[in-house]
Design a protein around this ligand. Structure first.
Ligand code: ADP
Length: 626
């Protein structure tokens, strides 16, 4: 029979599978059993709305059978089955082709990354089998079809016979090699333990014929072997189990089995509530940011079950946006089975559950921060940005929940610190929580604006993400301490010279500053004596609420409103350059223009802002060189 080639992407995925050096080949069984269980679920849901279909629990099961002689392993289910078209479309094309494209762009060399990050479903069978046969009869059909493939060169589909509706997947297990003992996958004990480990909580019985012994009739002390069908899995869903009976590994396996993610979750939260509303939930805080997390494509949500039956695979109403990274499920017997999405949204019970879940996540994150700093920082690295967006959005209505979870890099500690930690270290006379914004820590470190604050020995929080300053502005205060940008007008720091002296100096230099302002025209709002500079001659700061960093961020947005910070050019009158500036003002107006433009452009460069005319700027430098 002529083989149909796989679609290009699927073929590539298959190649990866077959040549995979992935060390957890045994997960193929979990994948096949999950698919089988999904297929039975589908009949179950159909029966909920279809009067003609009766779901009799006893008729639905999964069976695993190994045959050492033929080297075959069979996974059979009584699920909904697949039609010819479905066989073609579901098995001929890899489901997660999007993720494959993504990985290719990221240069995955072997299959390891892909399996590790996305899971691969049905195709994982090719990690252990030379040949895979799928015989399936769809619900409502009298005939069955057989799909067969021995790898990358394609597959065949032909009409076939099958007594009952459902699917049978037959794997021709590879011959063992030096590196891999494939015989394991034909071994009864090994298979049983794999099922126990990965699929114990599957809702339907996973049956297997197991070897047993009984006393031999008519002979004393002798035993004979016999085979008996047994259900291997406990079938009690993990969320109904007692927390004390479960190990970290159980939770991790459930996470994997459910495809919540393919990383190792940082934390699981198991909630059992009996009260105004009763529910069980298992939530996970993933470790890694899903590749599409910060895009529009990412959908938040938890699986929602009504008394053990899945009613929605991603219920977004259960999670606030700022916790959209949380994965997991909720099961409540107080929810109706046939409830529609729209009604569900307004459901009082659901709202109560959502509220409860939200506070549980918050308290667990706080606890993680307190008890396991390293893990928390790993979490924050992945999802901290989301928390900061959470502070900023909805007009700051969630800031109280979130501000204790925030972290920023500290100039003093040279690591991430919380706002509480910052405030607890503040010397008595320090009025504000200081922060500086910039592209990188290294650049902020060198910002002239930080000089006075650093000189005072105060700690500065370095903000390097676009959202940071917006979030800080939304917070306004922490523990009653106001936030203050190091480049804002009044730093609240008493300088050593008496206030009067500066005022007098300002007065003396007013004429020159006015002149400079005129030269810079609408580029700056003001030219002033700096109270914050120590070693640098100039810097730019901003009056008002909008800082220069925020201007930069807003400018980069697609619908930018061209808002501008009110820039102020600050001059350090203790710097030698200042004397040259005075001399120019008094004797040489051309030079004052030259110096003013140079200083302004320097200040722009230090801020990381583009200079309007680089050619003019370099010409100006040449002028002072010759
Ligand atoms: P995924 O399960 O992630 O969708 P798979 O590659 O494992 O990806 O399976 C592809 C599709 O094939 C499934 O979505 C399902 O529609 C179908 N399928 C796989 N196994 C079975 C089965 N045992 N019974 C019915 N349909 C199945």
């Amino acid at each position: 029979m002529k083989k149909t080639p796989f679609k290009a992407e699927s073929k590539r995925m298959l190649e990866l599978m077959i040549n995979s050096i992935y060390s957890h080949r045994e997960i193929f069984l979990r994948e096949l059993i999950s698919n089988a269980s999904d297929a039975i679920d589908k009949i179950y849901y159909k029966a909920l709305t279809d009067q003609n279909l009766v779901f009799d629990q006893d008729n639905y099961y999964i069976k695993v059978a190994a045959d050492k002689d033929t080297r075959t392993l069979t996974v059979l289910d009584t699920g909904i089955g697949m039609s010819k078209d479905e066989l073609e479309n579901n098995l001929g094309v890899i489901a997660q082709s999007g993720s494959l494209t993504f990985k290719r762009d990221n240069e995955a060399k072997d299959g390891h990354d892909i399996i590790g990050q996305f899971g691969v479903g049905f195709y994982s069978a090719f990690m252990v089998a030379d040949e895979v046969t799928v015989i399936s009869r769809a619900l409502g059909s009298e005939t069955a079809f057989k799909w067969e493939s021995s790898g990358v060169d394609g597959y065949t589909i032909a009409a076939d016979q099958k007594d009952a509706v459902g699917t049978e997947i037959i794997l021709k297990i590879k011959a063992s090699t030096e590196d891999e003992n494939y015989d394991d996958y034909l071994d009864e004990y090994r298979l049983r333990s794999m099922i126990k480990k990965y699929s114990d909580f599957i809702r339907y019985p996973i049956k297997m014929d197991v070897t047993k012994h009984r006393p031999k009739e008519d002979s004393e002390g002798e035993f004979e072997e016999y085979r008996e069908e047994q259900t291997i899995n406990s079938m009690v869903p993990i969320w109904r189990k007692n927390k004390n009976e479960l190990t970290d590994e159980d939770y991790e396996n459930f996470y994997m089995e459910k495809h919540y993610g393919f990383d190792k979750p940082i934390k699981h939260i198991h909630i059992s509530v009996d009260g105004a509303v009763s529910y069980n939930a298992i939530l996970y805080i993933p470790e890694k940011t899903p590749f599409d997390y910060y895009t529009k494509e990412y959908e938040k949500g938890l699986e929602l079950y009504s008394n053990g039956v899945l009613i929605m695979s991603k219920s977004p109403d259960l999670l606030p946006d700022y916790y959209s990274f949380v994965k997991g499920m909720v099961d409540s017997e107080d929810l109706s089975l046939n409830i529609s999405r729209e009604i569900l949204q307004q459901d009082k019970q659901l709202q109560l559950i959502a509220k409860n879940i939200k506070s549980k996540i918050t308290s667990q994150l706080q606890r993680l921060l307190k008890d396991d700093r390293e893990k928390y920082e790993a979490f924050y690295k992945s999802f901290g940005t989301q928390l900061k967006y959470g502070v900023y959005s909805d007009y700051g209505s969630n800031k109280d929940v979130l501000q204790d979870l925030l972290m920023f890099y500290s100039s003093k500690e040279k690591k991430m610190v919380t706002l509480d930690e910052y405030v607890s270290r503040m010397p008595e006379e320090q009025k504000y929580i200081y922060y500086a914004a910039g592209d990188t820590y290294e650049r902020i470190e060198k910002l002239p604006q930080t000089e006075l604050v650093i000189d005072k020995g105060y700690e500065i929080l370095y903000l390097i993400e676009d959202i940071d300053e917006f979030a800080i502005k939304m917070l306004m205060t922490h523990k009653e301490k106001e936030f203050k940008s190091v480049s804002s007008g009044d730093l609240g720091i008493e300088v050593d010279e008496s206030q009067e002296q500066t005022e007098q100096e300002a007065h003396e230099n007013q004429a020159m500053f006015d002149e400079m302002k005129k030269i810079l025209a609408d580029k700056v709002k003001d030219v002033r004596i700096s109270k914050r500079l120590k070693n640098h001659p100039v810097c730019l700061t901003a009056d008002g609420d909008l800082t220069i960093e925020m201007e930069k961020v807003l400018k980069a947005m697609p619908n930018n409103q061209n808002v501008k910070a009110e820039k102020v050019l600050e001059i350090n009158i203790n710097h030698d350059v200042f004397q040259s500036l005075r001399a120019a003002f008094e004797h040489d107006k051309e030079k004052l223009i030259l110096y003013t433009n140079l200083l302004y452009n320097q200040a722009l460069l230090i801020e990381g802002l583009p200079i309007h005319d680089p050619v003019d700027f370099t010409n100006d430098i040449c002028k002072i060189m010759v």
